[in-house]
Design a protein around this ligand. Structure first.
Ligand SMILES: NC(=O)CC[C@H](N)C(=O)O
Length: 199
């Protein structure tokens, strides 16, 4: 039957995540069915989820209107994997210090929404990521800064001592965009490795 992986598709880099998941599935030999999520009722049938980058105030509003927000929280509470990138990290966080973003609170960090983007709009960096053998070419676009990290959060990578990739239970979150490069290792690390471990 294969794995069912949902990409939250209310706004943002949706097709890039779909492609990255399909590439990761091909690499790992998993049979996968990728579904785009724009309404409630689909998340409960998914084994894993990607929460893309885009515009966090818009994503947050649409998740609430569609009732997808509570389903994502239940998915995480059930221990199922999630990869949240950039705006996805902001939405998943405990606090984004912005009333327009109704955060899901599934990763115990607080973020400053556009903090990296205040200095330079975008930048790229070769990152050492815990769990990956070689550096990951990371693309940052108006990226959030993680400025408070809860006790159960593992920091996987930093830029200038600031966390840019973290794990909190079943959620891996990045302030950069792994879906915008050909490198599918973070999709494998976040989504496929945990599923393989429980299969
Ligand atoms: N590239 C991105 O996802 C940027 C996120 C943006 N800073 C926001 O708040 O929504």
């Amino acid at each position: 039957m294969g794995l069912r992986i949902g990409v939250v598709a209310v706004q943002g880099n949706v097709s890039e995540h779909v492609s990255a998941i399909e590439r990761a599935a091909a690499t790992t030999g998993h049979e996968v069915h990728v579904v785009e999520i724009r309404e409630s009722g689909i998340v409960p049938g998914c084994d894993a989820l990607a929460l893309p980058g885009g515009e966090s105030t818009t994503i947050s509003r649409l998740l609430g209107t569609e009732g997808i927000d509570e389903e994502i929280v239940a998915h995480v509470e059930a221990g199922k994997p999630v990869l949240a990138t950039c705006a996805g990290l902001i939405v998943a966080s405990r606090d984004a210090r912005d009333d327009r973003v109704d955060t899901l609170g599934v990763v115990d960090v607080s973020v400053d929404r556009n903090a990296f983007g205040r200095q330079v709009d975008s930048f790229e960096a070769a990152l050492d990521v815990a769990g990956l053998d070689d550096p990951f070419h990371a693309v940052f676009i108006r990226a959030p800064v993680v400025d408070e990290v809860g006790p159960d959060v593992t920091v996987l990578a930093t830029v200038e001592d600031r966390p840019v990739a973290i794990r909190d239970g079943p959620v891996v979150a990045t302030s950069f965009h792994p879906e915008l490069t050909d490198d599918d290792r973070l999709h494998r690390l976040a989504l496929f490795d945990p599923l393989a471990a429980t299969a």
